[in-house]
Design a protein around this ligand. Structure first.
Ligand code: PEP
Length: 248
């Protein structure tokens, strides 16, 4: 049985004091709890939060990474820099980066390969737009994003990859996929991973759901067979809304 992997994506929120306080509260409240936990603060607060989560059961994540190594890449943050301050996991291909910033599947794949080659874990986000869902293309879009994002990733490296299925129309909108709808895509994703690799890799891959997950809907989503955790935005910004999901 896969344990739940609950991750908080803080996006472009908090200030330094609030970030440290939130991390301190989470360290205290999640101590000894059984699931896997990750938080991804904004880049500028990673170092401060790293000091707080050090030695705890909370993994430090970053919300993005450069596809390049150290060098002349203005504004970018490299794998070596992130590792240097204790980051272990990178969220890659979040829909806000795909659709606000215009990140391509090719760039996302380069970031995945760079992270894995540097010994960092990856949460690869995939998911369809509302128009794509309404056109009956949700599975097709997810399959394409998996094929592209995982291109060149070996079977062995897959133990360092988590997939986050995040229907774009459900992110930050208050609209959640029904547990049955989410489960149907999660099962499809797992089958597709089996096609790309094998059944064992598919069975062992953690597939998180993301999209307005909160305490009120998390239990029924997480009860589905192929939903192994959550990537949480809004509800991850306060210990009182995040912890109840973490301890389910
Ligand atoms: C996310 O940030 O990946 C997300 C799912 O956000 P929210 O929970 O706010 O919908």
């Amino acid at each position: 049985m896969r344990t739940h992997y609950i991750a908080g994506n803080w996006k472009m929120n908090t200030n330094k004091a609030d970030a440290v306080k939130l991390a301190q509260d989470l360290v205290k409240e999640l101590k000894g709890k059984k699931n896997t936990y990750m938080i991804a603060p904004p880049f500028v607060y990673l170092d401060a939060v790293a000091q707080v989560v050090k030695g705890s059961n909370i993994i430090l994540g970053a919300q993005d990474i450069a596809a390049n190594d150290n060098g002349a890449h203005t504004g970018e943050v490299s794998a070596d820099m992130l590792k240097d301050i204790g980051v272990q996991t990178i969220i890659i291909g979040h829909s806000e980066r795909r659709h606000e910033i215009g990140e391509s599947d090719m760039l996302i794949n380069a970031k995945v390969l760079k992270s894995l080659s540097k010994g960092l874990d990856v949460v690869l986000c995939i998911g369809e737009l509302l128009a794509e869902r309404e056109a009956g293309k949700a599975e097709q879009v997810c399959a394409f994003q998996l094929d592209a994002g995982l291109s060149g990733v070996t079977k062995e490296q897959m133990s360092h990859v988590t997939i986050a299925y995040e229907p774009v129309w459900a992110i930050g909108t208050g609209k959640t996929a029904t547990p049955a709808d989410a489960e149907s895509i999660h099962a499809f994703i797992r089958k597709h991973i089996a096609k790309l690799y094998d059944n064992k890799v598919a069975e062992n891959t953690i597939i998180q759901y993301g999209g307005s997950m909160k305490a009120a809907n998390a239990a029924e989503l997480l009860a589905e067979k192929d939903i192994d955790g959550g990537l949480i935005g809004g509800a991850a910004l306060k210990a009182e809304t995040f912890v109840p999901i973490c301890i389910l």
